[in-house]
Design a protein around this ligand. Sequence first.
Ligand code: SAM
Ligand code: SF4
Length: 352
Amino acid sequence: MGISIVKSSSLPPTFYLKLTYISYNLFKKVAFIVLIDNHQRVINYLRISVTQRCNFRCLYCMSEKPFSWVPQENLLSFEELFVFIKMAIDSGVDKIRLTGGEPLLRDSVDKLVSMIYSYAPQVDLCMTTNAYLLKHLAKRLRDAGLKRVNISLDSLDQETMKQIAKKDVLSQVLDGIDEAIRVGLKIKINTVILQGINEHEVLDLFEYAKSREIEIRYIEYMQNSFAKDALVGLSSPKILDVLSKKYHFDDDGYSANSPSHYYRLDDGYRFGMIEPHRDDFCTSCNRLRLTAEGDLIPCLYFDESMSIKKHVKSGDIKSAAKVLQDVIGNRALKNRWSDDESSNRAFYETGG
Ligand code: SAM
Ligand code: SF4
């Protein structure tokens, strides 16, 4: 059994909220199944934070002060997560990202990769990681079925990286990137540029990525209550301005399934800007987030969530599907970062 929504422009918007429980296997033979939210956006992308824990303390993500982690026993097991994941795939999700906290800190995370890959090899299965442990795990993850990794890299300078992550991590991260390339994982680099901290490295990071034919995406800093006070991000126009002093590029627009606004150099190299402050950033949002404890989150910005925990623990797929239906039916149209507001959501909990 699964939930399904048939997309049809001839149906009134309220129809999309009336999800019907039907026999998935029967239906799947005759219809293209998609999930559509209350603003008629297709939802096909699930980001799963497998742990809140992290081996870094990035200035923009995690408070310096120690805080209590979710106890291990409160986390959903891989088997419990998988109950939900299978139902979500059957309902139209075709892209899954494992994230965190730092996903490589979750014991045997390759096992979850393998479970998803075996069930649905067609799913675009990827991970976001700080790469600190990637040197040792890249091959195992690739063998389990992982296709792509997005790696956070904010500096190429040892001291600056130490200032951002609050740990001396640069050489391990670079080794992790090299190993991921060596084993054939597809890579993108995510970079957050902060004024007065790593803003002098916009070009160096760009050239590091370009020389390895890796796509780099600059993510605009999003204010949140867990970040260090008084951080100011460098906006997308200012980053583009720096790059334009050396390179000529054209606007390459947006591509499906990605929040990036792309640009292309004359030699074909493509890079992206993730601009959550743009007014139209949310118009094509296709994603939901699931925390390690089983909270399903409709939007990265807002506090709202609904738990699937008791349903997946008891194997009650129908009730888990009802939570999916309710969350998809109640998504905000827009985040509020464009008003320069701060979010109370922790990125290390939601997975960013
Ligand atoms: N630990 C992994 C990592 O850092 O790649 C995965 C989790 S991290 C929360 C996911 C992404 O969120 C990273 O690319 C990180 O740079 C980004 N991120 C975290 N806090 C952010 C903030 N305040 N503004 C913009 N991006 C942020
Ligand atoms: Fe950890 Fe990633 Fe957050 Fe940095 S951005 S503290 S690596 S979860």
